[in-house]
Design a protein around this ligand. Structure first.
Ligand code: NAD
Length: 413
């Protein structure tokens, strides 16, 4: 393998996971080819405009200008790489079960072009067995005849978009390789971009660990959301309760209530776990119940907000502030604000929204803070949101983000 090839990385999927990985690898001295099947995105990236908030245009442009990075729709470019990472979405289908069609198509896309001695890593989140039983068979069936020795690992990504502290370099990386040779190569690769690499015994352990991490969050968020409803019904301030419980120095970890869970991971990954359990004849009942509680939380929030409106006029006008699934990003995938909006509309309300990072959402445009409303809901505490103009007009605000407690006119969830 040529020296240039040994330092060339191909990344399949240039989204929230793939593009930050590409820039981290460029910083670590790799030449990176970003492969994506969405032509408009590839053009946007190659023009130096980053589609991901955590990557600045400057950073992207400098990587392109230095000849260290390029994006392409051409899968044959992976033949130039010694390492290929797959970072494509793993969503749910219409039955809310794992949809691996994009992962399969990525594996099919790269397979005919993989060079001998290449390491293939899946960073996409999926259920245990995905690397071994789904990706590897596709690649082995379609790979070139002379690509005899390939290496495989699973290294589920833990990137947290919008996080200014934890990044590719300082977030420990899990690596579960197929065999010793794959493990050696995967560790060498990840140690070049990451300070801490944790090697586990099999790909299945790494895949299961990722599901555990995100299921842990779903279950705890569901618990605190249920607990919040119990406290509220009994006139107990749940935040004071959480603060009180947090004074215990061990065995407790605080979670705060919110509209629900959103994004590509927390609402989705636990259902990979429940599906995996069911296919093995088991039931992950706690996880299924947590999913139900999460799905119902926006309905509860809608009722709390409508009860705050002072006006008896109909329809009650409600402003949702922050519709992205979390602060600091413009990503509205699986945002619980959608179910909140639907619940408000189902209750006869007129609904508008604003979010400094979201230009349009569900076929609608944002309003500004001068929109006349009867009640506002802070669903996501986006940077740039201003609630003081509402309070000055004595509009009640239901804050689901625990940021504006103590301001007159604000009720915390
Ligand atoms: N976004 C996160 O915060 C996060 C965190 C950890 C793990 N993950 C996991 O990482 C994976 C990727 O998520 P993401 O958020 O980066 O998704 P994304 O939608 O932001 O980006 C994925 C990219 O892959 C491209 N793509 C889709 N199918 C393709 C194919 N067959 N060939 C080539 N390109 C293809 C899409 O055009 C898109 O640009 C998922 O499994 C997700 O669960 C995401």
């Amino acid at each position: 393998m040529s020296a240039q090839k040994t330092q060339t990385l191909a990344i399949i999927g240039q989204g929230y996971v793939g593009l930050p990985l590409a820039m981290a690898a460029v910083r670590a001295g790799w030449s990176v080819i970003g492969v994506d099947n969405f032509e408009a995105k590839v053009s946007q990236i190659n023009s130096g405009s980053s589609p991901v908030e955590d990557i600045s245009d400057d950073q992207l442009q400098s990587a392109i200008t230095n000849g260290r990075y390029r994006a392409t729709t051409d899968f044959s470019a992976v033949s130039e790489a010694s390492v290929i990472t797959i970072c494509v979405p793993t969503p749910l289908d219409e039955r809310r079960e794992p949809d691996l069609s994009l992962l399969r198509s990525a594996a099919k896309g790269i397979a005919p072009y993989i060079s001998n001695e290449t390491l293939v890593v899946s960073e996409s989140t999926s259920y245990p067995g995905t690397l071994r039983d789904v990706i590897i068979p596709i690649i082995n069936e379609l790979k070139p005849k002379d690509s005899k020795y390939l290496y495989f690992a699973s290294a589920p990504e833990r990137v947290n978009p919008g996080d200014s502290i934890w990044n590719q370099r300082n977030t420990p990386r899990l690596v579960g390789a197929l065999d010793l040779a794959s493990n050696e190569r995967a560790l060498t690769f990840y140690k070049s971009i990451c300070d801490y690499v944790v090697s586990v015994s099999t790909p299945e352990v790494a895949e299961a660990a990722k599901l555990l991490e995100n299921t842990f969050r779903l279950v705890n968020i569901a618990l605190i959301n249920e607990f919040t409803q119990l406290c509220s019904a009994n006139d107990i301030n749940v935040h004071e309760v959480i603060d009180a419980a947090s004074s215990k120095p061990y065995g407790f970890m605080p979670f705060r209530p919110g509209v629900g869970v959103g994004g590509h991971c927390i609402p989705v990954d636990p259902l990979y776990l429940t599906w995996w359990a069911r296919t093995g004849g088991q039931v992950a009942s706690l996880v299924e119940c947590s999913d139900e509680i999460s799905n119902e939380m926006p309905i509860y929030v809608a009722k709390r907000a409508l009860a705050l409106a002072k006006s008896s006029a109909t329809p009650i006008k409600v402003l949702i502030m922050g519709v992205a699934y979390k602060p600091g990003v413009g990503d509205v995938r699986e945002t619980p604000a959608s179910a909140l909006r639907a619940a408000l509309l189902a209750n006869g309300a007129e609904v508008a929204w604003m979010d400094p990072l979201v230009p349009h959402w569900e076929g609608t445009k944002p309003v500004d803070v001068t929109w006349t409303c009867d009640v506002a809901i802070v669903a996501t505490n986006q940077p740039g949101l201003e609630i003081k103009p509402l309070l000055a007009k004595q509009i009640p605000v239901l804050d689901c983000t625990n940021h504006y407690g103590g301001l007159p006119g604000v009720e915390l969830l």
